[in-house]
Design a protein around this ligand. Structure first.
Ligand code: NAP
Length: 256
């Protein structure tokens, strides 16, 4: 039986667990950080909470006899990814990164690409006054000092101080529709959208384009030098070669 650790917290992580579920010869253990109180539960086994740094992850990989790791964390979860790279190298466990591609500017877009959340905050006062923040609650503190701007911040869990003085919080979890995003922009008279370059469904970007609203887009961290794929199907294919996960008909090509 091959044991695959999926570092999750994303749609892709859940879809990969579902794609592996029921395949003979493989067990998936999805790992969530435990940031959300009501997480969407993936198929297969589940563990929740940090490992305790690189040393903790090394110990976990050994104790649980993990055969392969797929890092399907969010592109901006750079600490977890760094730990996975180090720990897998130390234990000699194959590691794949499953990451959806970033977004590409289209005609009609006015994008300002910035290297960090702090750079996004620095740029805002020159761009508008009513800001739609979709960077996640962990990033809201970077905007706390911008007293003259008004913010609508959308997140799954409530943010914690420090927060901007003029702030409305919208607790919501996607998927979102273009129509919904258009009404949100209109209702709150938004004049700038701030997002990380997360990739995937982009209703908010389509809505901003339609309303000619500028977007401040935080660039992704540099990808680590590890095999990387963009789709769940490619990840399943990688697992087939890395640890003999059977194809769809349940028959392994060979057995170790
Ligand atoms: P991070 O800064 O890279 O990680 C901080 C610490 O949280 C890690 O060192 C690890 O603790 C723990 N951790 C993170 N992901 C974990 C996982 N999947 N399983 C077990 N422990 C995990 O991570 P983050 O940006 O806070 O993201 C946390 C989770 O939210 C991730 O699962 C990520 O996929 C998801 N998420 C993040 C974003 C984002 O914008 N950053 C957006 C959507 C979803 P130890 O050192 O103790 O092991």
């Amino acid at each position: 039986m091959s044991r695959v650790l999926i570092l999750g917290g994303t749609t892709e992580g859940r879809l990969l667990a579902s794609a592996c579920a029921g395949r003979p010869g493989v067990v998936t253990i999805s790992s969530l950080a435990g940031r959300t109180s009501d997480p969407l539960i993936p198929a297969g086994e589940l563990r929740i909470g940090g490992f305790g740094g690189v040393a903790g992850l090394v110990a976990y990989l050994r104790a649980e006899r993990i055969d392969a790791v797929v890092d399907a964390t969010h592109t901006f979860a750079r600490r977890m990814t760094g730990h996975a790279v180090e720990a897998c190298a130390a234990v000699g466990v194959p590691l794949l990164i499953l990451r959806r591609p970033g977004w590409t500017e289209q005609p009609g877009d006015t994008w300002h690409r910035v290297p960090s959340i702090d750079a996004a905050a620095e740029l805002l006062p020159g761009l508008g006054e009513r800001i739609f923040l979709t960077t996640g609650r962990q990033e809201i503190a970077a905007f706390a000092h911008l007293d003259r701007l008004w913010f609508l911040a959308r997140s799954v869990e409530p943010p914690e101080p420090p927060m901007p003085h003029r702030l409305e919080v919208l607790l919501d979890r996607g998927p979102f529709t273009v129509e919904g995003e258009l009404s949100r922009l209109a209702e709150h008279r938004i004049d700038v959208l701030v997002t990380k370059d997360s990739g995937g469904a982009a209703a908010k970007l389509a809505a901003a384009r339609a309303r000619s609203i500028p977007v401040v887009l935080v660039d992704r961290p540099a990808p680590p030098p590890v095999p990387t794929v963009a789709t769940v199907a490619e990840a399943v294919e990688w697992l087939r070669t890395a640890i003999d996960v059977p194809a769809g008909n349940g028959t392994p090509e060979s057995r170790r």
